[in-house]
Ligand binder design. Structure first.
Ligand code: GAR
Length: 196
């Protein structure tokens, strides 16, 4: 049974999709949900499902990412995770942190990578006149949003879409894709999952 720690910054809807999937027959189970924002709504949601939670506010550390990460490592290492899932975790991680979990840290990103790494993915897809958008689960490496792809789901962009409507359509697919990828990854299979 693989132990999964999930890092969030906000509402945690992807985290919930992962945790709910792991409540059933599954090769992994959630051992920690941690956030850099003590007010992240996802913390209460995780606790309500019986998952241990931790908050390490990044703000007192200012620009010192390494010091923030050192503080985050305390609860994270205590949970003895085999796999780390970033799920709407909005802090850039240092190469040292990434290296520590090399090959066992996943992230979900709301674009069809390699298109649109970074922020504002939906407005960039709309501005480019793209016919489709989607989401990607990838292995986290030191290069932002550029690690090996472990799964993708695509959605059409329709006339009249705005950032909010597109984000909602993509998010619904994120909730299908991330659990499907984690299930496969936790079973030791790194074959990418492609959802239509
Ligand atoms: C999701 O759309 C996720 O793909 C995105 O933040 C949202 C978090 O929602 N992540 C990134 O943009 C990472 N750079 P959630 O808290 O409801 O899961």
């Amino acid at each position: 049974m693989k132990r999964v720690a999930i890092l969030i910054s906000g509402g945690g809807s992807n985290m919930l999709a992962l945790v709910r999937d792991m409540l059933g027959e599954h090769p992994a189970r959630p051992v920690l949900v941690a956030s850099n924002d003590p007010k992240a709504a996802g913390l209460a949601r995780a606790a309500a499902l019986g998952v241990p939670v931790a908050a390490v506010d990044h703000r007192p550390f200012g620009k010192d990412r390494a010091a923030f990460e050192a503080a985050l490592l305390a609860p994270l290492l205590a949970s003895e995770p085999d796999i780390i899932c970033l799920a709407g975790f909005m802090r850039v991680l240092t190469p040292d942190f990434v290296q520590r979990f090399a090959g066992r840290m996943l992230n979900i990103h709301p674009s069809l990578l390699p298109k649109y790494p970074g922020l504002h993915t939906h407005s960039r897809a709309l501005a480019a006149g793209d016919a489709e958008a989607g989401c990607t689960v990838h292995e986290v490496t030191a290069d932002l949003d550029a690690g090996p792809i472990l799964g993708q789901a695509r959605v059409p962009i329709t006339a009249g879409d705005d950032e909010a409507s597109l984000a909602a359509r993509v998010l619904a697919q994120e909730h299908r894709l991330y659990p499907a990828v984690l299930r496969r990854f936790a079973a030791g299979d790194r074959t990418p999952v492609f959802l239509p």
